[in-house]
Design a protein around this ligand. Structure first.
Ligand code: HEC
Ligand code: HEC
Ligand code: HEC
Ligand code: HEC
Ligand code: HEC
Length: 170
């Protein structure tokens, strides 16, 4: 056997292994590490101390790309008055005055090949925490555990929801 193809093959294998390790590292580093957000908002205070429902801010989670995130108007319900002088809250008030949306960075995102909407899950009374963890104890949201195909399919099996490829893929 000539030597060259073997070396090329070995190099290819090493590359694939390195890429896989890199991919896993990148995926793991996203867990528990929230993206840097423009405002240091805390879920724990607003949900657990003030008693606001998730739906007060996330009206129709997941209908469209932006639909699940609260508009600044929703914050001004309180922050026209509350928190003047607090630098983080002043950022919210400044966004309102200049009528610019706050550019929250996304935490969860399924790839384009996946069909996901919240609606059937909320209808089947799957709790937010089954997929997003204990958000009411967090500051800004972070992903505590993976939510990929194995997690989707495991729960679908347990709950008798469809597991055919075509239900989740275009
Ligand atoms: C079955 C799992 C699951 C449940 C239950 C669930 N989510 Fe999600 N959520 C997701 C996934 C997956 C995404 C990413 C969707 C995407 O990329 O389009 C997401 C995205 C979001 C987003 C980002 C904006 C958006 O609309 O895509 C918000 C906010 C959110 N979820 C809030 C909630 C709230 C509040 C609840 C409870 C009422 C909830 N989720 C229940 C899986 C779930
Ligand atoms: C029901 C009233 C209410 C709503 C709605 C509300 N907040 Fe607050 N928020 C408060 C109160 C009360 C405080 C505590 C203020 C203080 O300590 O001076 C607070 C504190 C904060 C703080 C300081 C850090 C923290 O979270 O404890 C930030 C930042 C903040 N809010 C951002 C927001 C944003 C962004 C929205 C909209 C998505 C929002 N708030 C909606 C009442 C509200
Ligand atoms: C006062 C408004 C408010 C309430 C109430 C609230 N959230 Fe949020 N939520 C936000 C804001 C603002 C963000 C963007 C900053 C961040 O990522 O934490 C956010 C982000 C999220 C995200 C990340 C979305 C993504 O993929 O980028 C999830 C998941 C989420 N919230 C779930 C919940 C759940 C579950 C509850 C109820 C237990 C809840 N939220 C209650 C305002 C709120
Ligand atoms: C914790 C449990 C759970 C998890 C995790 C979960 N699902 Fe579901 N899913 C359900 C239930 C329950 C239904 C409702 C089935 C029904 O209506 O009978 C459902 C329904 C669906 C439907 C609608 C199917 C139909 O009948 O048309 C789709 C699509 C879907 N899920 C995709 C996903 C995707 C993609 C993920 C992962 C990102 C996921 N689900 C994660 C429990 C879950
Ligand atoms: C309950 C929902 C669900 C079902 C059923 C499902 N998938 Fe997936 N699949 C997903 C999710 C969510 C992802 C994205 C995972 C991630 O974010 O890494 C995915 C990713 C994939 C990918 C990788 C695509 C990419 O570009 O990253 C392939 C290939 C795939 N699925 C094939 C299949 C096949 C084949 C079946 C049927 C045997 C199937 N899936 C059934 C939810 C599902």
């Amino acid at each position: 056997m000539p030597k060259k193809p073997l070396i090329i093959l070995a190099a290819a294998v090493v590359t694939v292994v390195l890429l896989a390790v890199l991919g896993l590292t990148v995926a793991a580093s996203r867990l528990n590490q929230p993206p840097e957000q423009p405002v240091a908002f805390t879920h724990s205070f607003h949900v657990s101390n003030l008693g606001l429902n998730c739906a007060f801010c996330h009206r129709n989670a997941g209908q469209t790309v932006e639909a699940g995130m609260p508009p600044v108007e929703q914050c001004m319900f309180c922050h026209t008055v509350v928190g003047a002088g607090n630098p983080e809250i002043e950022k919210v008030r400044a966004a309102w005055i200049s009528q610019k949306p706050i550019e929250w960075k996304r935490v969860y995102r399924v790839p384009d090949v996946v069909r996901f909407t919240h609606e059937p899950h909320i209808r089947a009374q799957v709790d937010c925490s089954a997929c997003h963890g204990q958000v009411e104890k967090m500051g800004v949201a972070r992903q505590e555990s993976p939510l990929g195909m194995p997690q989707c399919i495991n729960c679908h099996r347990q709950r008798g929801a469809p597991t055919d490829c075509s239900f989740c893929h275009y």
